[in-house]
Design a protein around this ligand. Structure first.
Ligand code: URA
Length: 432
């Protein structure tokens, strides 16, 4: 077998065999297949697609390149949730404690932000003292003790995906359904949970921009999961504007806490309730109405907030942040963005807003960059809001002292028109 023949085969739109896919994965990981060869193959895949069988083989072999977590000690009542990535998506911080308080174990490996999207691990690390790199043994013990643990992906979970993802990020081959499906599912398979809920984001702030493509991606991931013995479903959710009002690591922790306190943004609360309901349905086999009632009762009783404090404390963070936000880092400058005309906000280019948050310091351009945990955006006005010229529509937090360019990018990302737009639904569909 040789890589040039394999690249040529894909170039000619032919189907790669199981053995050829394994050869590519192993060869790229051990360095015998070079970056330039892999890039060429990735671009051929992007242009010429993959069959379901090819995607399945790619997923399986990437998952097999590293460790697989053994969660058997936790029984079968263990659930994971995975978002395909968005802006302001802090639902894991809300849902994890809710679901754990409903008696379902949450054993979750999360990622860091990449590109314009944020990551749960960076948000958790903004909490003073919080530890995300925990051994598999301690992770399992914590889930057994308190029902929830969220850790960073250990170095050896699907290492082939890690290497390929980094290459995709620099070769314009991220936004491709077979590559996204296999990348996400290889990590989910290696992470060992029985029940998985996928939150597939659709819209200007997501990697996938249309509902049609998101449905295809969701179906493919659900099929792969089922084939590999998982109880898995996907929900398609709106990412045409940032989720909630806060974007940035410590800012998103604050917004998540406010929802756990029964306050906060109503879209964020509703999406969190829906996702938590579906996780409880998957793991407990409950009907939707019973699961939703359990979730809302748990949230409104304050049990989920208490669980969040317990979870922070167990992972060495300071639980006092819940009652005193001043203990969280917030960057020193707050730069107000004012509407440049009167009218309704009809569109927010959410990918651009995610990029603005990164430029302020909340995200990284490469995995080596460091993050300013206190940087981010408080959004005052969202789609459907009427603003008058000169009203403050957002405040940008940063430790950088000259951000005129960044501020003008934020303003450019917002469309103000003279008609009131229809409110878009948060939940766009479900794939089982
Ligand atoms: N998240 C992943 O883990 N992989 C992708 O390809 C896209 C989003």
């Amino acid at each position: 077998m040789n890589i040039i023949d394999i690249i040529n085969k894909k170039r000619l739109k032919q189907v790669l065999s199981d053995e050829e896919i394994k050869y590519v994965i192993d060869g790229y990981l051990d360095g015998t297949i070079k970056d330039y060869q892999m890039s060429s193959l990735l671009m051929a895949i992007l242009l010429n697609d993959m069959t379901n069988e090819e995607i399945y083989a790619l997923t399986k072999y990437m998952a097999e390149t590293g460790d697989k977590l053994d969660l058997s000690l936790l029984g079968t009542n263990v659930v994971d949730k995975h978002s395909t990535g968005g802006v302001g998506d802090k639902t894991t911080l809300i849902i994890g404690p809710i679901v754990a308080s409903c008696g379902v174990k949450v054993a979750k490996m999360s990622g860091r932000g990449l590109g314009h999207t944020g990551g749960t691990i960076d948000k958790l690390e903004s909490i003073p003292g919080f530890k995300v790199d925990i051994s598999e043994k301690d992770f399992v013990k914590q889930v057994n003790d308190i029902g929830i643990s969220i850790i960073s992906q250990t170095g050896n979970i699907a290492p082939a995906d890690k290497k390929i993802y980094a290459l995709r990020d620099t070769t314009a081959t991220v936004s491709n359904i077979p590559l996204i499906a296999s990348s996400i599912m290889s990590k989910k398979i290696a992470a060992g949970d029985k029940h998985i809920l996928l939150d597939v984001k659709v819209g200007s702030g997501a990697f996938i921009k249309t509902k049609k493509d998101a449905s295809v991606l969701a179906s493919k991931m659900v099929d792969i999961g089922k084939k590999l013995g998982k109880n898995i479903e996907a929900i398609l959710t709106n990412m045409d504007e940032p989720l909630g009002n806060y974007v940035g690591n410590s800012l998103e922790v604050i917004e998540a806490i406010s929802v756990l306190k029964g306050k906060g943004n109503s879209d964020l609360r509703e999406l969190s309730i829906t996702l938590a309901t579906n996780m409880v349905m998957l793991a407990k086999g409950l009907k939707e109405s019973a699961a939703r009632k359990l979730v809302i009762d748990t949230l409104d009783s304050g049990k989920a907030l208490d669980k969040f404090k317990e979870f922070i404390k167990y992972q060495h963070g300071n639980p006092e942040i819940v009652d005193n936000y001043k203990l969280l880092p917030i960057s020193k400058y707050g730069y107000e963005i004012k509407a440049n005309k009167s009218g309704y906000i009809t569109k927010m280019d959410t990918e651009e807003i995610g990029k603005v948050a990164c430029l302020l310091g909340a995200g990284r351009a490469t995995m080596e960059d460091t993050i300013d945990y206190g940087a981010g955006i408080i959004i005052e006005s969202k789609v459907g809001n009427y603003v008058k010229k000169g009203n403050i529509i957002a405040t940008l937090y940063t430790n950088k002292n000259n951000i005129d360019d960044i501020a003008s990018k934020y303003l450019k990302a917002i469309t103000i028109s003279n008609y009131k737009p229809n409110k878009k639904k948060m939940i766009l569909g479900k794939i089982k």
